[in-house]
Design a protein around this ligand. Structure first.
Ligand SMILES: [Cu+2]
Length: 143
């Protein structure tokens, strides 16, 4: 038994080290898409949380932010889509294929978060609304 477990330890240590190195993405909250509903319909998470949606229906769904700041591709059964919420606020979203499917993510400010204190960083984070390209670049810059 020990022979099988031994190689796992260094990998677990590496995973723990990687998580520690990126505290802003330490937590992932999952939202199921089932019976044409996002479940739960409202989640409240601290800033920096990754939210992952999984489609549990037999038909495709998408996840689209209300102002279309971000959106998933069509998700087939068991497909997942993740978004990192690194700015506090309320984010309403819907399914682009079934617009009656609405839900929201409420992001609370993390204590000591850079954009809660520094106006300079706050300005940079707000540029995320420009589109996915700058969002990735700025996220990398902040981290
Ligand atoms: Cu849908």
């Amino acid at each position: 038994m020990k022979a099988f477990l031994a190689p796992v330890a260094p990998i677990a240590f590496l995973a723990a080290a990687l998580l520690a190195a990126s505290p802003a993405q330490a937590e992932t909250v999952r939202i199921g898409i089932k019976n044409f509903m996002f479940t739960p319909m409202t989640v409240t998470v601290p800033q920096g949380t990754t939210v992952a949606w999984i489609n549990l229906d037999d038909i495709p769904h998408t996840v689209v932010e209300k102002s279309k700041a971000w959106r998933s591709p069509a998700l087939d059964t068991n497909d997942t889509y993740s978004h990192v919420f690194d700015k506090a606020g309320t984010y309403e979203y819907f399914c682009g294929l079934h617009p009656q499917m609405v839900a929201k993510v409420i992001v609370t400010p993390a204590a000591g978060a850079p954009d809660a204190k520094s106006p300079a960083v706050k300005t940079k984070v707000s540029m995320r609304m420009d589109g996915p390209g700058p969002a990735i670049a700025i996220r990398a810059f902040i981290q």
